[in-house]
Design a protein around this ligand. Structure first.
Ligand code: SF4
Length: 368
């Protein structure tokens, strides 16, 4: 297959659905980890095409969604200081902090800008030398290498006015936390193919072995997802728990070794709180000692103060696969993409936004 349309071919979809129906004999709950996968599932109604025995629940793989309020408050506090230009991806500007968001800060006079890459922020620092340019770096292992590259460039250029708030996170500790929870209902995972394109697959093998859970590294198109489900169901039905790769056109077992080396140079794994999942060891990437000069937290003496989640937002349960967005009492009213109460309704990878955009508004329709 060469073109994206071929990964949406109706005949091939029907064939995969027939294969799944012929295999499944009992109920199974499978979590797709990545928010991009969730959006494909909702956009194409894949969950509604699957046999009733299979329930898809949506995982924590939306980096904007899992960034805790305290990190957003930290960015807000810095953005309001004179001489600071705070840059981030567009989604981050609309995520509510404790009392406001970065768009509010911009409306009140803060210099907050949308960028499409950390390298754009670096270029801004080279042009606007009177400003301290800070990139609010959010994302999984997929985007961390680009941030690492920006820091390495800044170091080589000896740029004195560029730094980052490092809010990058790692997927494997989140899967461990979900599986370790007493309330866990997940019996198999579709892991995020792009994360494994960077990191390889071996980080997941200890999880498969420790929890006896199938993990299928899966892509993002409709056929990828149905193929991943078919592989996962085949394992579950035969009592196997193995690490398999569906997304073979992109993932190599060892991953992208230069990208991993760059990340290891620039970042250090640390414990951090995730929205909805609490504090998890080694779940985040902080700036390493070698690049400490480019760590905004150290440069500006920032301190993250724990902040409670709003009680009306059930993002934590959504991110752990315990609640589907339409089952949240605030879904659609008052929480909408225009007036979000929580990050999953803001982000282009958020599960609540995926359901809202797909017009899935009625909780009864989500009973499956
Ligand atoms: S619908 Fe809104 S309030 Fe409910 S969990 Fe999603 S983001 Fe939070």
């Amino acid at each position: 297959m060469k073109f994206v349309d071929e990964f949406r071919d109706p005949g091939a979809v029907r064939a995969l659905l027939d294969r799944i129906r012929a295999t499944v004999t009992k109920p199974w709950t499978i979590m797709e980890v990545c928010g991009g996968q969730t959006h494909t599932i909702l956009r194409y109604g894949l969950d509604q095409l699957l046999p009733p025995e299979i329930t898809l629940v949506h995982g924590p793989g939306c980096p904007v969604c899992v960034t805790p309020i305290e990190m957003i408050d930290l960015a807000l506090e810095l953005a309001r200081r004179p001489g600071i230009t705070l840059c981030s991806f567009g989604d981050m500007l609309r995520v509510p902090g404790s009392s406001s968001d970065l768009f509010d800060a911009r409306a009140a006079g803060a210099d907050v800008r949308i960028v499409y890459s950390p390298l754009d922020a670096l270029e801004l620092a080279r042009r606007e030398t009177s400003q301290q340019v800070v990139f609010f770096a959010v994302g999984f292992e997929t985007t961390a290498p680009t941030t690492a590259m920006a820091l390495r460039h800044a170091s080589r250029l000896n740029l004195p006015n560029f730094s980052i708030i490092a809010a990058h996170v790692r997927v494997p500790p989140a899967l461990e936390a979900i599986l370790s929870s007493d309330e866990n209902c997940v019996q198999g995972f579709l892991a995020a193919g792009h994360v494994c394109t960077v990191m390889g697959i071996e980080e997941y093998r200890p999880i498969v072995e420790k929890f006896s859970v199938p993990i299928v590294v899966t892509g993002f198109e409709p056929l990828d997802l149905l193929h991943g489900v078919a592989m996962c169901v085949a394992q579950l039905e035969s009592g196997r728990a193995e690490l398999e790769t569906q997304y073979v056109r992109s993932v190599r077992a060892e991953g992208n070794l230069p990208a991993q080396a760059l990340m290891a140079e620039v970042f250090t794994p640390v414990a951090r709180r995730w929205r909805g999942l609490g504090v998890m060891p080694n779940s985040a990437l902080a700036v390493s000692e070698r690049f400490a000069a480019y760590d905004a937290v150290r440069r500006f003496g920032l301190i993250a103060e724990p902040a409670p989640e709003p009680s009306e937002c059930h993002a934590g349960e959504v991110l752990r696969g315990l609640l589907k967005p339409p089952q949240c009492p605030s879904f659609g009213n008052p929480c909408t993409p225009e007036h979000p109460l929580g990050a999953p309704m803001v982000s282009s990878e958020g599960a609540c936004a995926a359901y809202f955009r797909a017009g899935r508004l009625a909780p009864a329709a989500e009973a499956k």
